[in-house]
Design a protein around this ligand. Sequence first.
Ligand code: SOE
Length: 397
Amino acid sequence: MGEQSFTAMAGAKAEGEVPHLGIGMLGYAFMGKAHSNAFTKIPYIMYPPPAIPDLVAICGRNQEAVAEAARRYGYQRYYTDWREMLKDDDIQIFDNGTPPDMHAEPSIAFARAGKHILCEKPMARNGEEAGRMRDEVEKTGVKNMIGFNYRFVPAIRQMRELIQSGALGRIYHYRAIYLQEWVMPHYNLPLIWRLDKEVAGNGVLGCLGAHIIDLGRYLVGEIGSVAATTRTFVTERDLPDGSGKAKVEVDDAFATVVEFENGAIGTIEATRFGAGRKNHQVLEVNGEKGSICFDLERLNELQVFWVDDEPKETQGFHNVLVTEGYHPWIENWWPHGHIIGWEHSFVHEITHFLDCIANDKDVAPLGATFEDGYRTAVICDAILESAAARKHIDIKY
Ligand code: SOE
């Protein structure tokens, strides 16, 4: 069998038919690693890929660290100033993996330069900053996405498809918690950036809360109002440079009641003081025909209950292993039962973005756009306002 006929028959695209998109990555820490890992896997896992991401450049302030990251992940070059990377014509996608205080200025500059923008969550430190970013991408027309990667976990996408199909019927409740423990006193953390209001904008609200607020919009619908409480348990911490102490001005925990515009109600809660909880995100949706529950620490599974399940004698929540070829994205990976992990949500997420760019598709509603990031930022602001005023706050965009 000739090479061409094999290629044609397999449906695979020859190398020349797949566009290449140059990546400029800002940041080389946790998200720089997760995104670089995804860029590398996409060409041979999401096969044939909608585009091949070329690792053109990575940027970070510390020259030694960013040079090491470029070598480690395979970037062609590195920069220590994003304004220099902005001039690099080999870059078509700007990937912003920095802390929130570095999201607005560079993303706006790269959008103005006509680059498509992938920005990590939370989009910005507050709704005003997020609104400026959203306005810029709308003006320039570049494709844009926020790194709400949990939308791209197969089990969560499956939840959305079941809800959208009407399988659950009318939705009554959305219940989401996101618990971690690593900010508790026994970790002896100084005032790191995730606890610094000037850098992060807020505390657990943007770090973990943003994910489950976005998932509430993704799974159930628009949020109309919030009634919230926040708490800062440790009010003073050492400064990282050892020069003294400073007041903690961000939330360590929050809990909010939400009213959805479609009549459903919900509770959304997050903390980084959940002793024993490592990355404990649990979502439950209750509808008139049944319930679906997801647990991130068992991310290949769903717990499902159907009201009309038969025989009645065996009714109850049952466990579904979301690893069949007919489940979202699984056919790209392994036979059923060969489970995937947290990192693979970034492979799916970034493939979606590459596809939207290469084939001029809409990032929404499956991916989170800058409009989605802006709405979550406004909801976070409303949670803080509600807690301070101790009253319901209606969401206004
Ligand atoms: C916080 O520890 C964190 O890394 C979040 O920033 C991520 O968004 C979440 O996916 C895992 O936990």
